[in-house]
Design a protein around this ligand. Structure first.
Ligand code: AMP
Length: 263
């Protein structure tokens, strides 16, 4: 661990009321957790890519590996829609059509979420930022906190045809387990293997909405990827492999990016 990273770790640990062990330079957590790599301080991680590249699946894998939360703006919006909150009512039509919700609304959602103490060691942003405005807002927010590590960005790339299959074949359980009727079907069609609940297709996973979301991605989010590519703490990952392989490539990339950006 580099000196600057150690300072950040100490400051993060102090805020969390914990100690940094001088031998391992890891944050001493109590109780001990079964994380794959608890000595690694991930900091803010952006998972970028088109709809269906696997950002949600990979964010969950990273969550398990590092013990940091996934912050998915799509999930937060869907939770508000299903609860019928004011935010959900304002967003529902846009989300159903695959159109972007306003920057102010999602920025505020992210600001609120990042205030939660579970984001102290880092977090994985999934589906945000999706416009250059959101990216600039995020950069300003993060650079205002001297205890936050610089953001690192991973862009997952999968070709168009493959994405179409992944999106239109996707089925989800109420608890958020993700299946695919082509590549990862449940044992009984339409039923979750784990809890027996009925699987549903998101309204925005139809082919017509997919085409719309891809157009939005090309116009609004592709420039965000270029923005982070130019910033340098960026790697592109081929998402057309097994989930485990992609996770392994992302975790290796994160280590490289942290080593090069935090000296
Ligand atoms: P996702 O689950 O990330 O594909 O998001 C589903 C839908 O939520 C998108 O098609 C948008 O309508 C909306 N949404 C999610 N994240 C954002 C964002 N960062 N900015 C604007 N709209 C968003």
């Amino acid at each position: 661990m580099t000196a600057s990273l150690l300072r950040v770790a100490e400051s993060v640990a102090a805020r969390a009321g914990r100690k940094v062990s001088p031998l391992t330079t890891s944050i001493v957590t109590e109780p001990e957790t079964a994380l794959a790599d608890k000595n690694f301080l991930p900091g803010p991680v952006l998972l970028l890519g088109a709809p269906g590249v696997g950002k949600g699946t990979q964010a969950k894998a990273l969550m398990a590996a590092y013990g940091i939360p996934q912050v998915s703006t799509g999930d937060i919006l869907r939770a508000n829609i299903s609860k019928g909150t004011e935010l959900g009512k304002a967003a529902k039509a846009l989300v159903d059509q695959g159109t972007l919700v306003s920057d102010d609304l999602v920025n505020q959602m992210v600001a609120d979420r990042l205030k939660q103490p579970d984001t102290r060691r880092g977090f994985i942003l999934d589906g945000f930022p999706r416009t250059l405005n959101q990216a600039t807002w995020l950069d300003t927010q993060l650079s205002a906190d001297p205890n936050t590590l610089p953001v690192v960005a991973i862009s997952i790339v999968v070709d168009y045809e493959q994405l179409l299959h992944r999106i239109t074949g996707r089925r989800i359980s109420p608890a958020g387990r993700i299946y695919n009727i082509y590549s990862n079907p449940p044992a009984v069609a339409g039923i979750c293997d784990v809890d027996g609940s009925t699987l549903v297709q998101r309204p925005d996973d139809s082919e017509a909405v997919f085409v719309e979301r891809m157009k939005t991605f090309e116009a609004q989010t592709a420039p965000v990827i270029e923005h982070y590519r130019k910033q340098g703490r960026f790697e592109e990952i081929d998402g057309d492999h097994s989930v485990e392989q992609v996770t392994a490539e992302i975790t290796a990339a994160l280590k490289r990016l942290r080593n090069s950006s935090d000296q």
